[in-house]
Design a binder for this molecule. Structure first.
Ligand code: ATP
Ligand code: MG
Length: 416
């Protein structure tokens, strides 16, 4: 679990606000759910025989003896909230949320125990039009962030549960000849959840899977039509994709469309956004049958990409624009007054008022470290002249005196 320190948070804010803006532009509405839910909710939705439920959840008993879990993902809580507040029945919803998720995994680059996701969930729409919208929306986001050349889209259809049942049998028949060579997790999954073996990250298991039957050959007509509809729309929208017939998702509730946006610039943890359709989940959790589709993206991995690829705009920093220093008692009071006046007219500028005293020299050092372009120095002389001394910190220009009356206009022009 990481601390996000002051020098990192501007990149986080930049990413989060950019995503929020794109989602707003598409007419999606934010929902905020609690970070803990009943343990049972995750068992019933994600599935008992998944990595998450088997070994990754932070589960504890609260003072009432109820079993609670720090949310490992947002979809289950979003469905729970939607049901509880009557947001889902007989209507359509386009929702998003962001926040920390918790999984007890082996920490490594791009994989942490507290990590952050931005998730999007759409309810009440069964056709491929909304699947396509989710992908065009993410594609636009990559474009806005400058990430588009560095990510690629993989899609697949995993069909209805009947289609998966038939495929499951074929997969088990094929794999039973290789039981000895499979990794331990996969061997266990032969009984419980064989489709998850496709998702294995063990190279030997992946090699065995090369010859396995293909899920696409087992798809039902409706899923095929849905998938064709999605592909057609992606082509219309000019979104490139590849069909990866081995793509299944690690959670039980998915059916039909599944997808991942993948990058090569992060090493092993290359999935930055993943999701799919989960038409059965709302009903499974006690609601009326409600088609649904969604995705989640990992903020840490996207931040890492923006930094590694040097795509963070220069304007994104914790730097000050102006550093205001008052010398002596009168100067200090005047500095407060001047700062507040400037904040009225330069509302989007970062104006740091020096607090905490110290010598002129140490104040200048702090002004320099703040990243500000100008220091505004106010001593007794400036107070009596109703002026400030304006000292450029990033150029060789001379310090000069500017009347307070014209100061805001002058600074606005200088900081352009
Ligand atoms: P992976 O295959 O990498 O384990 P996943 O299938 O478990 O991913 P999802 O549950 O679909 O991941 O979560 C969506 C996204 O959230 C992932 O694509 C990734 O970007 C991010 N993510 C998932 N788990 C972690 C983690 N432990 N640390 C950081 N980011 C994560
Ligand atoms: Mg995982």
């Amino acid at each position: 679990m990481n601390d996000i320190l002051p020098d990192q948070s501007p990149v986080w804010q930049y990413l989060e606000s950019t995503v929020a803006q794109v989602l707003r532009n598409y007419g999606y509405h934010e929902i905020r759910m609690p970070i803990v839910e009943q343990t049972d909710l995750f068992k019933r939705s994600i599935g008992e025989v998944t990595d998450i439920v088997e070994k990754e959840m932070y589960t504890f008993e609260d003072r009432n003896g109820d079993s609670l879990t720090l949310r490992p993902e947002g979809t289950a809580g979003c469905v729970r909230a939607g049901e509880e507040h009557g947001l889902l029945f007989n209507q359509t919803r386009k929702l998003w949320y962001t926040g920390p998720m918790f999984r007890h995994e082996r920490p490594q680059k791009g994989r942490y125990r507290q990590f952050h996701q931005i998730g999007v969930e759409c309810f009440g729409m069964s056709g491929p039009d909304i699947d396509a919208e989710l992908l065009t929306l993410t594609a636009r986001l990559w474009k806005v962030l400058g990430l588009a050349p560095h990510v690629r889209l993989e899609i697949n259809s995993i069909g209805t549960s009947e289609a998966r049942k038939a495929y499951r049998q074929a997969l088990v028949d094929y794999l039973s000849a290789y039981t000895e060579q499979l990794d331990e997790d996969s061997r266990r999954r032969m009984e419980s959840n064989p489709l998850r073996i496709l998702d294995s990250k063990v190279p030997e298991t992946q090699a065995i899977l090369q010859g396995a039957p293909d899920l696409v050959d087992f798809l039902d007509a409706e899923s095929i039509e849905h998938f064709e509809g999605l592909k057609r729309r992606l082509e219309l929208a000019g979104i490139e994709y590849t069909v990866n017939s081995r793509l299944v998702r690690g959670l039980d509730y998915y059916g039909k469309t599944v997808f991942e946006w993948v990058t090569d610039s992060l090493g092993a943890q290359g999935t930055v956004c993943a999701g799919g359709r989960y038409d059965g989940l709302v009903e499974q959790l006690g609601g009326k049958p409600t088609p649904a589709v969604g995705f989640a993206m990992g903020i840490e991995r996207l931040v890492l990409m923006l930094e590694t690829l040097e795509l963070v705009p220069e304007s994104v920093s914790g730097d000050a624009d102006l550093y205001v220093m008052g010398m002596g008692e009168a100067g200090e009071s005047e500095a407060l007054k001047v700062s507040e006046a400037l904040r009225e007219s330069l509302a989007d500028r970062v104006i740091v008022l020096h607090c905490g005293g110290g010598s002129f020299k140490s104040q200048m050092k702090k002004a320099d470290r703040s990243g500000a372009r100008y220091a505004l120095i106010i001593g007794d002389n400036e107070v009596s002249e109703q002026a400030v001394s304006l000292k450029p910190l990033r150029s060789d220009e001379e310090q000069r005196t500017v009347a307070q009356s014209g100061l805001a206009d002058e600074l606005a022009a200088l900081l352009q």
